[in-house]
Design a protein around this ligand. Structure first.
Ligand code: SAM
Length: 409
């Protein structure tokens, strides 16, 4: 069997990008057809009332013409144009750029580079329907019960749908920032993967570039996710096993560690495993920060304010996640903490993302001192991630003489 040509390989990437919902933009150039005024064709995904489509913007010398096509028709239109009427084709997905360049004599070359994606919008379009990072009509979204047959969120799933899109968008940027391997597939673990919404989103975003493994305590969810992955042709790069975050089978090497809404100290267990494996990128969305609450003390000036349970709860969240962020810095990761989706859509919206910057064994003392002062201020003597990392916290309560909050709760 002859090996695939540059054009075959480009068309494979194009089909996958359109089907998986990872297309950001396709640009066709060097027109050599019979229309004397046509210059370029730009294609981008759009969501219309009738569902997901692809907007074709035909750029002529003095005007633009836009037409929207559903998936099948878009592919039928595009395939003969690549290397046909248009000699050049540039495909931008969320994670890579593929440049196909051909000559009138039929010779062609294909260059694939990892690149930050350009903005999804095109100049010259006025009515811009909303585009999604993950195609709203992705069959796995339907199989997981997020969308209906028309590619719209099912009742009660609109927030989840938005969360999936926002997560995919954020991960696009974080993955581009991290120093990930380019000579092999990127190995990713998702700890506490639940129903797999975000695990599947990552698989759709990265396509063949990544192998993703979900670890989940509930076997029935593992079974569901493996079934959906198999029935949508994703099983070779997306699998799930039943297990605990602190001990489940994780794979080696590990490049990216995800743990979203893993309760309380399960987030620490996940972070510790990612750090131990030398992962380049760690992304967690903590929740149920209970561990530190019984230890927290406050200076006298805060005691009245902290009589209210809700403030104690928020303080526990803040102290826990701030401590985690500082521990990650100490362990050699550049750390960002941010809200990843508006609180209007979910209360569990804090994300900690950490990108590896230094080699293991180079902890910095200044960070360690500040970290200990912070822990000391709040009377923290033990915390799960600190224990995992072997970071020594102050041995006894708050040096500044604060009072335990529990007596005022
Ligand atoms: C709130 S759900 C989040 C699911 C998914 N990560 C998401 O954000 O959509 C938390 C999941 O983590 C699992 N989980 C919690 N602690 C775990 C542990 N220690 N080991 C394995 N799974 C755990 C739970 O069974 C649950 O399915």
């Amino acid at each position: 069997m002859p090996s695939p040509t540059a054009r075959d390989r480009f068309l494979d990437l194009l089909r996958a990008a359109l089907r998986d919902g990872t297309l950001v933009k396709l640009t066709l150039g060097k027109y050599r057809g019979t229309d004397g005024t046509l210059k370029n064709l730009f294609v981008r995904p759009v969501t219309l009332k009738t569902g997901p489509h692809f907007a074709f913007l035909w750029r002529h010398a003095t005007r633009d013409i836009t037409k929207n096509h559903p998936l099948g028709q878009a592919l039928r239109e595009l395939e003969p144009l690549v290397g046909g009427d248009f000699l050049d084709a540039h495909l931008f997905t969320a994670t890579q750029t593929a440049q196909f360049e051909s000559q009138p004599d039929g010779t062609a070359r294909l260059k694939i580079v990892q690149a930050a994606a350009p903005p999804a919008s095109q100049p010259g379009t006025h009515d811009r329907p909303k585009s999604h990072v993950i195609a709203a009509d992705a069959p796995w979204l339907r199989a997981l019960g997020v969308t209906n047959d028309r590619g719209q969120p099912r009742e009660g799933m609109a927030d989840k749908f938005r969360q999936i899109q926002k997560f995919a968008e954020l991960l696009t940027h974080l993955l581009a920032d991290a120093n990930l391997p380019t000579d092999r597939v990127v190995e990713i673990a998702d700890m506490g993967s639940g129903k797999g919404y975000l695990t599947f989103a990552l698989a759709a975003l990265l396509g063949e570039r990544a192998r993703i493994h979900g670890i989940e305590a509930r076997p029935e969810l593992v079974e569901l996710c493996n079934r959906v992955a198999a029935s949508h042709g994703m099983a070779s790069r997306l699998s799930f096993t039943a297990g605990k975050i602190d001990s489940g089978e994780m794979g080696n090497p590990l490049d990216v560690l995800i743990a979203l809404h893993a309760c309380d100290t399960a987030t620490d267990d996940a972070l510790a495993r990612g750090i131990a494996a030398g992962a380049q990128l760690l992304v967690v969305a903590p929740c149920c920060q209970k561990e530190l609450r019984p230890q927290l003390t406050a200076p006298p000036v805060l005691l009245d304010a902290l009589r209210h349970g809700i403030f104690q709860e928020r303080q526990a969240e803040f102290v826990t996640d701030a401590l985690r962020a500082q521990l990650l810095e100490w362990a050699g990761y550049r750390t960002k903490v941010f809200e990843f989706i508006s609180t209007e859509h979910t209360a569990k919206n804090l994300m900690i993302a950490a990108i590896k910057t230094s080699a293991p064994g180079t902890p910095d003392n200044e960070t360690a001192q500040r970290l200990r002062a912070f822990a000391d201020f709040y009377g923290i003597t033990h915390q799960r991630l600190a224990t995992h990392l072997g970071f020594p916290l102050p041995a006894s309560g708050r040096a500044a003489g604060g009072n335990p909050l529990s007596s005022h709760g």
